[in-house]
Design a protein around this ligand. Structure first.
Ligand code: ATP
Length: 289
């Protein structure tokens, strides 16, 4: 029996994000194509004698108690399973915060899955996903990984075949975006340009790279773009390096570029690494499920 465990917590991007309506309770109905990427936080869990949750992270501005999704996940796990346990959690954040990459959600997913293993509590995948959903709509996908269609408020997941791999260049403008604020500002109208989600699914099934890159779309991009004009400038620069497609991920403001060619991806990476976004530039790739 082990008393510690280390879990990788991968980020996600949205290859396509559509909002189809608003429910009576204020939640938005979405259809999104989710794709896990290799850029990950590292979450270490260790049993401790005192029955409490202790959290440490390398980012001083993040809460280390209630409000940190990793902490909230541990407390929820302990309450739901009834175990008498204490846990020390260390989160090494590599995923930028408030970036549209599900950084907090993936930490929560890693804590729930990691604690289930560490404390040998035997929860099923479905039970873990149900717990995860209480913490955030993206948490269940973060447990599943790979490529998936997310519907409802993001919780109805359908696994898709792994999308053909791309190199992924991520560049995050300085400001963060509040998911709640961006959805709140979205006004759906007849002029809203909706991405072709069904066409994207077909392109993934056929491993049609050009079809995928040609159907990137995000109904939230014009909303975040109004607050963050750097988005379109970053996209313009990425395109000049020959990427197959560019788009903003989630509620943003991170921009991703999909590159089939490793050399083009590296050249673009070097370009951004010496510019104003140097510290928020990452070169990664799709992560298979
Ligand atoms: P999504 O793509 O799911 O909308 P995001 O990438 O936009 O998420 P996060 O990085 O999850 O956003 O951060 C959103 C907010 O959550 C931040 O303002 C941060 O203070 C808070 N937060 C709580 N716990 C964490 C965590 N473990 N990692 C990052 N942010 C966290």
């Amino acid at each position: 029996m082990t008393d510690r465990i280390e879990v990788q917590a991968p980020a996600k991007i949205n290859l396509a994000l559509d909002v189809t309506g608003v429910r009576e309770d204020g939640y938005h109905e979405v259809r999104m194509i989710m794709q896990a990427i290799r850029l990950s936080d590292r979450v270490s869990l260790r049993k401790i004698a005192r029955p409490e949750t202790v959290l440490k992270t390398n980012l001083p501005f993040l809460p280390t108690g209630k409000g940190n999704l990793a902490y909230d996940a541990a407390e929820l796990f302990i309450k739901s399973t009834g175990i008498q346990a204490g846990v020390f959690i260390e989160v090494e954040k590599n995923i930028p915060v408030a970036a549209g990459l599900a950084g907090g959600s993936t930490d929560a997913a890693a804590v729930l899955c990691g604690m289930n293993e560490l404390f040998e509590t035997g929860l099923s995948d479905a039970e873990l996903q149900a717990l995860g959903l209480k913490l955030g709509a993206d948490v269940p996908f973060c447990m599943m990984g790979g490529t998936a269609l997310a519907e409802g408020i993001g919780e109805k997941l359908t696994r898709l075949p792994d999308a053909p791999s791309f190199h992924v260049l991520l560049v995050k403008p300085d400001r963060g975006a509040s998911t709640k604020e961006i959805y709140g500002r979205l006004k759906l109208s007849d002029d809203t340009v909706h991405p072709d989600i069904d066409g994207m699914i077909r392109a993934i099934e056929k491993e049609d790279r050009l079809g995928i890159a040609g159907r990137l779309g995000n109904v939230l991009e014009p909303v975040t773009g109004q607050l963050c004009p750097e988005i379109s400038e970053i996209e313009r620069q990425m395109k000049s390096f020959g990427c197959e497609g560019v788009m903003m991920s989630g509620s943003g403001p991170t921009v991703f570029g999909l590159f089939a060619d490793r050399g083009c991806a590296s050249a673009a990476y070097m370009h951004f690494k010496v510019g104003p976004y140097a510290r928020q530039t990452f070169l990664t790739e799709f992560l298979r499920g």
